[in-house]
Design a protein around this ligand. Structure first.
Ligand code: NAP
Ligand code: ZN
Ligand code: ZN
Length: 350
């Protein structure tokens, strides 16, 4: 099967129209017409070859919302016509401890988890292609049910990566009533982090480098907003946080946030900058037994749990719709932190 797509042919070539092959709908497969795809900063890192191991042509996109057009003979969870989602993963070994635990993103199989784009393909050295395309075929285990109203599906797409990548650590480190939670960086991930932490009942403090986002952060649900470049403002929060989720996509001073943690508290990094952060000082860890951690997207069961929670609580992303041909402009704005707060591609425009 051939599909229309937008691909980078190398780290230095802009995304451009192309045609891509996908497998025939297999026994356990769901074939999906893609309606919307969110634009994650990871798409930009990957297309530009800012991370090692990228293979080209590279078709980004892992915040996919679409409609089922065909199902394989043994598919039981989805039907033709259903609205479904696909996130960052389309496969894993399904047998290891992490897969059994519903944490497929930490799959310990020989090939690890299969990424929606730039992932391994069965029986070849080729590359999976992502959601900047008009269709995709995915094993039913990795297809999520969408119960949000159909009137605003574009704003649901970013939940498939930005939503789950913030939900998973917020749940793991127990954000909730009585907890003071920091969210660093108000971009695609950060704005979802604010909404979700607030909905979980926590006291939410947003950290931004962009004073123009202060009011927005409050509107998104932050109880307090701190401009992180203002050291006096930062100092008023010393040793007060139960948990900080850091979503920043660029190298920066980690210590400025570590000292805001209480004794035994954790800061978890989810941003993956193209070059390392300056090394954090160990004294800030040692003297208050603080922890610095990382977290990768989220497993399929917790992604479904997050989607259902968001549908129940009326939570979606703040989106700016774009046409497929404007993706390079969107990337340029994303590089300048000028996104409010997630670009979503209307795939009817491909
Ligand atoms: P984004 O929309 O571009 O947001 C990143 C935000 O970081 C910006 O809006 C900005 O917020 C802040 N920022 C940017 N440059 C900064 C700098 N030099 N110093 C301090 N703050 C800065 O990106 P995103 O889509 O949310 O993704 C964020 C990162 O997470 C990316 O590296 C992405 O690849 C990664 N990611 C990781 C996972 C995972 O599983 N761990 C999953 C998805 C994405 P302010 O304007 O508020 O400062
Ligand atoms: Zn992503
Ligand atoms: Zn596995």
């Amino acid at each position: 099967m051939q599909y229309k797509a937008y691909a980078a042919q190398s780290p230095t070539t802009p995304l451009a129209p192309t045609n891509i092959p996908r497998r025939q709908t297999g026994e356990r497969d769901v074939a999906i017409e893609i309606l919307y795809c969110g634009v994650c900063h990871s798409d930009l890192h990957a297309a530009r070859g800012e991370w090692p191991g990228m293979r080209y042509p590279l078709v980004p996109g892992h915040e996919i919302i679409g409609r089922v057009t065909a199902i394989g003979a043994s598919v039981s969870n989805h039907q033709v016509g259903d609205i479904v989602g696909v996130g960052c993963m389309v496969g894993s070994c399904r047998h290891c401890q992490s897969c059994d635990d519903g944490l497929e993103q930490y799959c310990e199989g020989p090939r690890g988890w299969q990424q929606t784009y730039n992932g391994w393909l069965d029986g070849s050295g080729e590359n999976t292609y992502g959601g900047y395309a008009d269709g995709i075929t995915v094993d039913e285990h990795f297809v999520l049910k969408i119960t949000h109203p159909e009137s605003n599906l574009a704003a649901v797409a970013p939940l498939l990566c930005a939503g789950i990548t913030t939900w998973s650590p917020l749940r793991h480190w127990k954000a909730g009533p009585g907890k003071k939670i920091g969210i660093v960086g108000i971009g695609g991930l950060g704005h979802m982090g604010i909404k979700l932490a607030r909905a979980m009942g926590a006291h939410v403090v947003a950290f931004t480098t962009s004073p123009s986002k202060i009011q927005d952060a409050r509107d998104l649900g932050a109880d307090e907003v701190v401009v992180s470049r203002n050291s006096e403002e930062m100092a008023t929060h010393t040793k007060s946080f139960d948990f900080i989720l850091n979503t920043v996509a660029a190298p920066h001073d980690i210590d400025a946030f570590m000292i805001l943690l209480k004794r035994d508290a954790t800061m978890t990094m989810v941003g993956v900058p193209d070059s390392p952060h300056p090394s954090p000082g160990v004294a800030n860890l040692i003297f208050q037994r603080r922890q610095l951690a990382g977290s990768l997207i989220g497993g399929i069961p917790e992604t479904q749990e997050m989607l259902d929670f968001c549908a129940e609580h009326g939570i979606t992303s703040h989106v700016e719709m774009i046409e497929m041909k404007d993706i390079e402009l969107a990337f340029q704005r994303m590089q300048k932190s000028d996104v409010k707060y997630r670009f979503v591609i209307d795939m009817a425009t491909i």
